[in-house]
Each structure stands twice: as C-alpha cells, then as structure tokens.
Design a protein around this ligand. Structure first.
Ligand code: COA
Length: 337
C-alpha cells in the first residue's frame, strides 16, 4: 500500500524528545487493596507492575508542559521558535479550549498555532503525521508534538477490568524541517487507519453531547472507561502488525530491517503476539509498560524518549513506532534515527 498521506519528499526530523511522569507510584500491591485482583493476575495477563498517578490539582496540560520543556531542551530550541503545538489526548483539561492552548500559555510559545487531536492511544502518531504535513508543505517549521494523559481522572477505580491497566504521563517530540539534509532522525513513512464500526468496544459512554451526565444517571459512572478486553486484544494484534508492515513496505524494507520496535504500551502479551508473528526478537522491542501501564496517547511518546535517552536507539537505526487505540484507530511511523 502506498502512503495516502504522503505529500512531498520527506524532510522532517525529530530534533528532540522529552517525557514526564508524575511522582506518585500505584503498584499492583496497592490495587490489591482497592479491588478484587492480584499482582500475579495483573503481571501475568498484562506485564504491568506499577503505574504513575497525577497529584491532585495536576492536570493533563501540566504533564504535557513538563514533557514539552524537556523535548525543547533536548532539541536546543526556545519557545519562540515553535510555530505549531499539537497535544494528543483523550483526557483534556476541559472540552475547550484545547489543552495545547494551555501548554502554549505555560511555555510562552506565542508564535504557535495550537490544537488537540483525539485519536486515543494512536494520537501521538496521528499528531506527528499531521505535523509532518504542516512542515512538508512549508507552512510551519518547528512543531512540538505531545501525547499527554491523566487517565486516572476517567478510570472507574471499582472496576477491576480496567483500573489495573491505565496510568498518567506525557511524552513529547520536536519535529523540524531539515533544510541541510543528513541530520538524521528522519521520518521515512507512516501508516494510519481507523474503523468506526468498533466505537463501542473501547469508549467512555457518557459526559459528552450524546449522553450528558445528569442527576438521574450520575450514579452510573458513565464518564469512565468501558472496554471489551478480548475484542480489543484481537483487533490490536492484527491492526498493529498490518500498520508496521505497511510503513516498512512503503520504505522498501521488511521486518528483518527493524532495529527497534517501539509499540504502544498496553499489554506485553499483545506486543509479544505481534513480534513473534513478525520475527522481531525481544532485544529489538522496547517495553516500559511494567513501570507505567497504558498511558494512551503518551505511551509511545514516553517510550520513544526513554529509548532515545538510554541509547537503545542509535544513529542510522530503523525505528518503528506503532500504536492502537479507541475509535478504533491505529498508526505507525518509520524513522531512520
Ligand atoms: N484481576 C483479577 N481478575 C480479573 C481482573 C483483574 N484485574 N480483570 C478481569 N478479571 C477476570 C475476569 O472477570 C474473568 O473472570 P471470569 O473468567 O470469572 O469471568 C477472568 O479474569 C478472565 O478475563 P478475560 O477478559 O478473559 O482475561 P484476558 O486474558 O482477556 O485478559 C485483558 C484481560 C484486559 C488483560 C486483556 O483482554 C487485554 O489486555 N485486552 C486488551 C486491553 C487493551 O489493550 N486496552 C487498551 C487498548 S489501547
């Protein structure tokens, strides 16, 4: 499949990365005291051991701002150089204005246009591709792309099916036009998709215009995450695998060319099912979900930053980012680091 989102020759690079997770750790042992679950069940079914929880008063934009600052420092740029800020999130500070506008205010990035993207766990990669278009057309030069979530604010802490899975955090990347060539960290290809027929298997049913929260339904917790875990699992494996293969194919590469796969951090078993089928070995797969759980739009962004800062990815490596989430949505991005 060719890249339907491709515009002109790619000159977009990842100039810097950053991430931030809140200090408070919620372990599986802590959850044992909250719902009928066990460390053994959570670890064996998901690989998650602990997750981070935002402090009272700490909002998604606060997490996003900190990650954004760290990405800017890594890229060596000043707030005034940023002309586009996109925040991918499903847990925005408010319905409006966009969380990206709060981040703009916090950073003093007064030259940026700002908006949010809602594509759930695929959101960071959707936002990267949107930024790539803005940059490729010459419209913008320097984008701050952030995935940030405070999922603890939308989890039903009495539902063991979901509350053990999610966490809070933010990751960010600075995308820039490379006018000189040869700077490395180039985005080579991307594959994005959605299947709106599957909206009901992973969603928050209430709190929006279709089902406002009223005094009559307030006790039903309709503004919390609902999920059909097994259905999501099956779909995730197939969609992410196809997305990785598509991005590689566009660049004339195959699975054996992958130096590091950075997948969405939802479930270790989902990741293993994909990599085993594709023949990608564990040492070429980046996993940090044991420490953070599923942070939705932030997950791939945090993992990319950790892979970058720990030297897990080196200059010239073919790095594939892939995600999957509610919508359903999926996305992959191939980068030559
Ligand atoms: N602790 C203990 N038991 C639990 C539990 C928990 N936290 N959550 C569910 N269970 C129970 C279920 O009630 C069920 O009990 P029953 O057999 O008596 O009905 C049993 O464990 C098995 O549940 P099942 O749903 O079959 O488990 P699973 O092997 O499919 O694993 C998930 C459940 C959620 C871990 C798995 O389906 C999954 O990861 N799905 C994808 C979720 C995801 O990635 N979502 C985000 C996408 S971006």
């Amino acid at each position: 499949m060719s890249d339907p989102d491709a515009t002109i020759e790619c000159t977009v690079t990842i100039a810097g990365t950053g991430s931030y997770v809140p200090e408070k750790v919620l372990s599986n042992a802590d959850l044992e005291g909250m719902v009928d679950t066990s460390d053994e069940w959570i670890t064996s079914r998901t690989g998650i051991r602990e997750r981070r929880i935002a402090a009272d008063g700490q909002s998604t934009s606060d997490l996003a701002t900190e990650a954004g600052k760290r990405a800017m420092a890594d890229a060596g740029i000043e707030p005034g150089e940023i002309d586009l800020i996109i925040v991918a999130t499903i847990s925005p500070d408010a319905f409006f204005p966009a969380t990206a506008c709060y981040v703009q205010k916090n950073l003093g990035a007064t030259n940026a246009m700002c908006f949010d993207v809602s594509a759930a766990c695929s959101g960071f990669l959707y936002a990267m591709q949107i930024s790539r278009h803005f940059i490729n057309t010459g419209n913008r030069k320097t984008a701050l792309v952030i995935g940030a979530e405070k999922l603890s604010s939308m989890v039903d802490w009495e539902d063991r099916n979901t509350c053990v899975l999610f966490g809070d955090g933010a990751g960010a990347a600075v995308l820039r036009r490379d006018d000189n060539g040869g700077a490395g960290r180039k985005i080579l290809s991307s594959s994005l998709g959605s299947d709106g027929r599957q909206t009901d298997i992973l969603h928050v049913p209430g709190g929006g215009s279709a089902c406002p929260i009223t005094p009559d339904n307030a006790d039903q917790k309709l503004n919390t995450i609902r999920m059909q875990g097994r259905e999501v699992y099956k779909y995730a494996v197939n969609a992410m695998r196809r997305a990785v293969e598509d991005a590689l194919q566009q660049a004339g590469l195959g699975a054996s060319d992958v130096d590091m796969l950075i997948p969405h951090q939802a479930n270790k078993r989902i990741i293993e099912a994909i990599t085993e089928r594709m023949g990608i070995p564990p040492e070429k797969t980046f996993i940090n979900l044991d420490r953070y759980g599923n942070t939705s739009a932030a997950a791939v962004a945090i993992a990319l930053d950790e892979a970058n800062k720990t030297g897990s990815i080196k200059a010239g490596d073919h790095v594939v980012l892939v995600a999957f989430g509610a919508g359903l949505t999926w996305a992959s991005t191939l980068v030559q680091w």
